[in-house]
Design a protein around this ligand. Structure first.
Ligand code: GGG
Length: 360
């Protein structure tokens, strides 16, 4: 990085608690920049897209929104979804449009257990647990192929078809990504998850590619597990996990389970990566817009702040990323927690505590 580097970041708070948690993450990043003695800064541009934009313009983002985003160093996203817009319209109109158009094919979702936070797992100490769910983020069950109103053969009423698409290239790149990630972790292991006993085409292709790629990584342990068995394993043998790679839908479900086991969905961070860096990558908490608690100042900002740490890693600010993660751990260890994880602190209290505990 050259001296006084300015990173151009597009902020898309979008809906509900997305607005509060993006403000929290920005405050942490701006505090870091302020303490960097001019070494780096963030030039933010905020995009007011989401359900309100839909109400005014009939679309979740500007028509040329992708062009507006293309040249940013990264995108920092909040959450999408609001009761006034059908969920499939808001999701496809914003989050998925960005992920798929910018070929952010690797969605990395760490499952981290923080000090002082009660896990529903029946283990005396969970702070030694840590695994990463790698979600295929460009195809599979989210390929968007299908339709409604097919004529049924008998008296079953309307018929809808939703096709999953698995390509050899798509499977291979995400599986290789998982193996490369496993090599950077203390436990070098990849668990591949499918439902290939029932999904006999796409997921058998995935299994075949997994077996082939595994031969190139003899130093990495492997297992192939059906998704139902993997859900049980998350609960019963989480210490046996390191990198879990799965299709778009299966990984989405498993990562929610993982973050609930770690204490709350509000804790989980994620990175939607375009590993080739042809397009900007996007960083966002795993959680959605939580309309039931939006605007009350009580939502958990940790998932969004952790996502800001993942963004710092991506931008090459490795020490700063570690500092943010450390500050999150100190804050939760000191009992400064929102109510979803048993505390009484508000969103801004937790954010201020993380900023106070940043040490570089
Ligand atoms: N910050 C993540 C988010 O907004 N998620 C909303 C959602 O409904 N996601 C479903 C999905 O992407 O599969």
């Amino acid at each position: 990085m050259t001296a006084q580097h300015t990173f151009r970041i597009a902020a898309i708070p979008a809906d509900g608690v997305g607005v509060e948690v993006v403000a929290a993450g920005r405050a942490v990043l701006d505090a870091l920049a302020g303490a960097s003695n001019g070494r780096f800064s963030f030039a933010w541009q905020e995009f007011p897209w989401g359900a309100d934009h839909y109400a005014r313009h009939g679309r979740m983002m500007d028509e040329d929104g992708l062009d507006q985003l293309r040249d940013f160093d990264a995108i920092y996203f909040g959450a999408v979804g609001w009761p006034t817009v059908p969920d499939h319209v808001s999701l496809w109109g914003l989050r998925l449009r960005i992920c798929q158009s910018f070929d952010q094919w690797a969605n990395v979702r760490p499952v981290e257990f923080l000090p002082g936070i009660q896990s529903p797992l029946r283990k005396a100490d969970t702070t030694d647990l840590s695994w990463v769910v790698v979600r295929e983020n460009s195809e599979g069950e989210y390929a968007g192929f299908g339709g409604r109103n097919f004529a049924g053969r008998d008296d079953r009423g309307e018929v809808a078809v939703q096709s999953a698409v698995f390509t050899e290239v798509g499977c291979e790149r995400i599986i290789r990504f998982a193996f490369d990630l496993a090599r950077t972790r203390p436990r070098k292991k990849v668990s591949s998850v499918t439902k290939s006993n029932a999904q006999q085409y796409g997921m058998v292709l995935w299994d075949d590619v997994f077996k082939r790629v595994a031969t190139e990584y003899p130093d990495v342990e492997t297992e192939s597990v059906l998704v139902d068995a993997m859900a049980a394993k998350f609960v019963l043998r989480p210490e046996d996990l390191s990198v879990v790679v799965a299709s778009n839908l299966n990984a989405d479900i498993l990562s929610d389970l993982g973050s609930a086991l770690a204490g709350s969905l509000g804790l989980a961070a994620s990175a939607n990566l375009n590993p080739e860096r042809r397009f900007p990558s996007m960083f966002e908490p795993v959680h959605g817009s939580a309309p039931d608690i939006a605007g009350q100042g009580i939502c958990n900002p940790v998932g969004a702040i952790g996502s800001a740490a993942l963004m710092l890693e991506h931008l090459g600010l490795h020490d700063e990323a570690k500092a943010v993660q450390h500050a999150i751990e100190v804050t939760s260890g000191k009992g400064i927690r929102t109510r979803d994880v048993g505390g009484t602190a508000g969103t801004e209290d937790v954010t201020a505590a993380v900023i106070d505990h940043l040490s570089l």
